[in-house]
Structure formats: structure tokens, C-alpha cells
Design a protein around this ligand. Structure first.
Ligand SMILES: [Zn+2]
Length: 174
């Protein structure tokens, strides 16, 4: 899937800033929904580089019996394999929920430029996930990370994934 390449835009009265792409987040949301249908946890991710989707994934922890297979990690792995390189400089990671510290660190190692997320770590914790309660902004400050963080994008649509998942009798947290 290709999007029109959207570069930083001039906003009157503000500095140049990146406008997140709703199509990319909705792709992450669709991936999360696929995962929910397969008994996975309600998280999705989509990575965009220069207007092209280079990785999309849902959480795969249960199906793979691998606690590290969070959606963001799976999407980063897919993107790196696709491009045959370890760095995704200039890429934007869209995540339905604020990346956990493991996924934030993976984004750092992959040289992701921006993270756009919907729901927050505190929302995942509220639904029973045993989250390390370190917000991305704190990871950025303490770690000296240059990743730009754009929170709360399509938050209601991302939160709805937790509600859908909570209706399922087979739901499992970790
Ligand atoms: Zn994670």
C-alpha cells in the first residue's frame, strides 16, 4: 500500500511539524483486529517509510509462544527483512498502543524517526497487561533518544480494540 508522500508541513504560527497519516494507523488497527480474531492480544503496528508501508503486524505472543513478539517488534523485523538492512532511518512507527519500553528500545535500535500511538501504556495496564509503567516521553528523556513522539492519534479507535478484545471469552493477558 502506498500513501501520498507527506513531508513535514508548515502550520501557520507553529514550527514545521509532521502530520500523522490516518490510513497508516487504520492499517495498524486492522492488523490488531486480525490478531484479536486469532486469540492474540489487541495490539497492532504499521511502519511507513517515504509513503510506503514496509511492515504491518499484530501481536503474535500466543501463537508463537514468544513473549517478545509484540506487534511493534514483529513489524520492525518484517521491515528490516524486507529492506535487507537493520536501520529504518526516516521511518514512522504507528502503534495502536504506546510502545512498551522493550518496543521503544527496539525502535531506538532500528533508528525509527517517529512513533505515533493511539492508546497509552496506562490503558493497557487498566485492561490487565502487566506493563512497565514508563511512558515513551520518559524513555526519551532518560535515554537521550531523538525519536519524535506523537501521542493520542485516533485514540478512541485504538481504545475500541481493547473493548472488543475484552468481550472475548478466550482473552488472555500477560
Ligand atoms: Zn512492546
Amino acid at each position: 500500500m502506498a500513501f501520498a508522500i507527506r513531508r513535514d508541513v508548515e502550520v501557520p504560527g507553529e514550527e514545521r511539524r509532521y502530520l500523522p497519516e490516518a490510513k497508516a494507523m487504520r492499517r495498524a488497527i486492522a492488523a490488531a483486529r486480525d490478531g484479536i480474531g486469532q486469540g492474540e492480544s489487541p495490539f497492532g503496528a504499521c511502519i511507513v517509510l517515504e509513503g510506503e508501508v514496509i511492515g504491518t503486524a499484530h501481536n503474535c505472543v500466543w501463537g508463537s509462544t514468544d513473549i517478545t513478539r509484540h506487534a511493534e517488534i514483529v513489524a520492525i523485523s518484517e521491515a528490516c527483512k524486507r529492506l535487507s538492512r537493520i536501520h529504518l532511518s526516516g521511518a514512522v512507527l504507528y502503534a495502536t498502543c504506546e510502545p512498551c519500553p522493550m518496543c521503544y528500545a527496539a525502535s531506538h535500535w532500528a533508528d525509527i524517526e517517529r512513533i505515533v500511538f493511539g492508546a497509552e501504556i496506562s490503558d493497557a495496564a487498566r485492561f490487565g497487561f502487566r506493563e512497565l509503567s514508563i511512558p515513551n516521553l520518559t524513555m526519551k528523556e532518560l535515554g537521550g533518544s531523538g525519536i519524535e513522539i506523537i501521542p493520542g492519534f485516533l485514540r478512541d479507535e485504538c481504545l475500541a480494540l481493547f473493548e472488543e478484545w475484552a468481550q472475548r471469552p478466550d482473552r488472555k493477558t500477560y
